[in-house]
Design a protein around this ligand. Structure first.
Ligand SMILES: NC(=O)C1=CN([C@@H]2O[C@H](COP(=O)(O)OP(=O)(O)OC[C@H]3O[C@@H](n4cnc5c(N)ncnc54)[C@H](OP(=O)(O)O)[C@@H]3O)[C@@H](O)[C@H]2O)C=CC1
Ligand SMILES: O=C(O)CCC(=O)C(=O)O
Length: 444
């Protein structure tokens, strides 16, 4: 049996009932086969893949808090510190009722390679809780965040592990968590990113994941003889990534005609009105029905359906496994030329394979959405030097990083005879640096 197959069997046996983690491990290790085969003796002796697929450590803890009726509620908190061979653990905190250890492990595993691709010194980690901020008062969210950080603060620090936002964790949650860290630990340090601008946050971090997605997509299209200008784009999701992806797509001359949330989706043939979307989602924290009610050109539909709309470019920006094989077939039938993942692992393995077989340009999330964590690393740099850079400075560094990521994965794919396979390219380019650092640092 090949080394990759042995390790995949081991991952499944050692981590039962964690299908998302199995999926991420399969996607990465299968596409690394040519690199592993070329160095099999060394990697086997070093047990490199066994070490890479086993987190350095993982924490699971009780998060008790009191709701507005005086009732005690109990959630589960997680932090998985996956790999710190190239820098302190870095990765977001997801607050969503679907969160479990397997989901946090898949996200932490992906984060190792994504963070390596940024070219910045950050290792891979992820955390979160099954707490649902939706429908909670600000006081309830604060009570949860304070309790969550009371335990998490034992394991994190500016040079150890630096969490940030993800689904359900935005500026409000990061603020409450930062306050509690400071109160308990008594230090004022860049322990979280995505902070408010009045207490150490970076300009352009809010926009970074969505903007970065468009910078990489534009470069991928350009290098394949297409222009983003004039293209029709379908976006899924309507949170942080989706909003700023839509804004940047419009700035670059494309037209976004859809957004969605977990209950329904909007088709707006005149182009999504970003100011209205921000008002509905960021200010009112309301549902997309409010967007449709305020916008005469928009149609609202219950359930799923974004990928049935004819488009040139598809940007899944909601959550994992939201673009299925049938969706991929609909996109291909409608002439879609590119898919770039704003979310983490939004496309299933079968759908990815179908899109690639049908010559759709496909940019995997670990490359395409790396602008968020890259800008978090820029926030860490600014915190270390006690300086704040301008929006233009951060945005131009972000743009350079995304263009560079695209060329690194394009080159890596070509080096291994897989030209145009950006999934393989991203995994290979991300892996090479981590593998070299792990071997240089000995058995640890
Ligand atoms: N924020 C960041 O900097 C980065 C985020 N990402 C990834 O991007 C994706 C979106 O994150 P972000 O925009 O920050 O999160 P937000 O919480 O701001 O928005 C998430 C969006 O996705 C929808 N959504 C969430 N879960 C589900 C679900 N199970 N089914 C259907 N729709 C769902 C939400 O709808 P509803 O409101 O109804 O729940 C909402 O529209 C995630 O995969 C995240 O890991 C990747 C890199 C960086
Ligand atoms: O900014 C960060 O540290 C994390 C962003 C994130 O969670 C991600 O890249 O998926």
């Amino acid at each position: 049996m090949s080394y990759v197959d042995e390790v995949l069997e081991r991952v499944i046996a050692k981590n039962p009932a964690e299908p998302e983690f199995h999926q991420a491990a399969k996607e990465v290790l299968n596409s690394l086969r040519p690199v592993i085969e070329a160095n099999e003796e060394l990697y086997r002796k070093e047990a490199l893949l066994e070490r890479l697929t086993e987190p350095d450590r993982q924490f699971k803890f009780r998060v008790p808090w009191v709701d507005d009726k005086g009732q005690v509620q109990v959630n589960t908190g997680y932090r998985v510190q996956f790999n710190n061979s190239i820098g302190p653990y870095k990765g977001g905190l997801r607050l969503h009722p679907s969160v479990n250890l397997g989901i946090i492990k898949f996200l932490g595993f992906e984060q190792i390679f994504k963070n390596s691709l940024t070219g910045l010194p950050i290792g891979g980690g992820k955390g979160g809780s099954d707490f649902d901020p939706k429908g909670k008062s600000d006081r309830e969210v604060m009570a949860f965040c304070q309790s969550f950080m009371t335990e998490l603060c034992k394991y994190i620090g500016a040079d150890t592990d630096v969490p940030a936002g993800d689904i359900g964790t935005g500026a409000r949650e990061i603020g409450y968590m930062f306050g509690q860290f400071k109160k308990i630990r008594g230090t004022y340090e860049g322990v979280l990113t995505g902070k408010g601008l009045s207490y150490g946050g970076s300009l352009a971090r809010t926009e970074a994941t969505g903007y970065g997605l468009l910078y990489l997509t534009e470069e991928m299209l350009k290098c394949n003889g297409h222009d983003l200008k004039g293209k029709t784009v379908c976006v899924s999701g309507s949170g942080n990534v989706a909003i700023y992806a839509t804004q940047k797509a419009h700035q670059l001359g494309a037209k976004v005609v859809t957004v969605s949330d977990s209950t329904g989706w909007v088709y707006d043939p005149e182009g999504i009105d970003v100011a209205l979307l921000k008002e509905v989602k960021e200010v009112k924290r309301a549902r997309l029905t409010e967007y449709a009610a305020a916008r005469p050109s928009a149609e609202y539909h219950e359930g799923r359906g974004v990928w049935t709309v004819k488009c040139d470019v598809a940007l899944p920006c909601a959550t994992q496994n939201e673009l299925l094989l049938d969706d991929a077939k609909a996109l291909v039938a409608n002439g879609c030329i590119a898919v770039a993942e704003g979310a983490n692992m939004p496309t299933t393995l079968e759908a990815t394979e179908y899109l690639q077989q049908n010559k759709v340009l496909f940019a995997p999330g670990k490359a395409a959405n790396a602008g968020g964590v890259a800008t978090s690393a820029l926030e860490m740099s600014q915190n270390s030097e006690r300086l704040s850079w301008t929006f233009e400075e951060v945005d131009s560094k972000l743009q350079g990083i995304m263009v560079n990521i695209f060329h690194n994965l394009d080159d890596a794919a070509k080096r291994y005879g897989k030209e145009g396979d950006y999934v393989a390219g991203a995994n290979i380019a991300g892996f090479e640096k981590v593998a070299e650092a792990m071997i240089a640092q000995g058995v640890c």
